[in-house]
Design a protein. Sequence first.
Length: 396
Amino acid sequence: MRKLCHIALFFLLLPAAQAQEILPQAEAKFITSFPFHQFSGGVMVIHARFGDIPDSLNFILDTGSGGISLDSATCEEFKIPIRATDTSITGIGGVRKVSFAFDRTLQLPGLRVEHLNFHVNDYEVLSSVYGEKVDGIIGYSFFSRYIVKINFDSSMIEVYSPGKISYPREGTLLHPAFTNLPIQWLSIKDRRRLGFNYYFDTGAGLCLLLSEDFAKDSSILLSKRKPVVTQAEGLGGKLQMRLTLIKELRIGPYKFRQVPTYLYKDDYNVTSYPFTGGLLGNDLLRRFNMVINYPNREIHLLPNTHFDENFDYAYTGLGIYLVSGKIMVEDVIADSPADKAKFKVNDEVLAVDRNFSLNMQVYKAILQRPNESIKVLVRRETGELKELTINTVRIR
């Protein structure tokens, strides 16, 4: 899950003045289009070049990022000069100072974006959990300059210059509050119905995340809920969260039922509670084709062919990561299905459900099937081969 960079709220006080002439807004102009692919949870990844480096790099497209960033290992590999600063960012691992690569260029297919200041983070955990290198994250520094259309049916992105644009006649137009991140009012219902602010976060590979403080103070969850402990990843490393369901979520006129929901003990107030209650992630947002229009402070949503797809209700308690080219078990939650199946930390995963592809995304998709018995072939540290059967359960 992506982290939220430090958040500043800006208020502009306008003095009383005489009526001024309002000039018509110029038409937005099409600039370019290019494909994207998805990691688990709907997280979008695009290929782009940094500066004069000839290699294409992987960037996550993330409305939950307050800037633009590079992975520290990528900077080291390509000898990208960086400068230490006193700027701090906040993530699940706490507050840390970051270095920058100042005044650099990002080359997208058909678009050269100049004068960008990239802060530098360690994305080793993200690369490990997705099984594919994450070289950076593209956030506010890009979205603030353009209108971005995202089509999950065709896996294509279109970029337009700021200006007047015609949205599809169908769908709904949202008017989020904006700091450097969009903040959307949602209605959620479980024990009771409650409207509140949430970050609109395309970089989060989940449906909904609630601050534990918000969940407690609002008494939003039904008393019968039995959250399970699970592993999560993001800026600063790994941590455990709780996972449950909420009965209903509404965004604009659209309603979703039985939505998987993470409960996050937000020690560093990444979610800015009590201003916001958490975040809305891309495993739900990918069910819409979107027009993200930061310049006009608007987001248009249009249900797509994924709108009615089932949510992931499976729970395993098994944490697998790509480490030095091998898929390894690094976390086994106590009393979870993985624990009961006798998985051990440092088991090497060789096959899941007789699939020997060693593809992290494929294996995760198989393990997302609830209430199934799935055979997993592992190699123990001793070299012993074991076929374990994990009985996935359904979150409640």
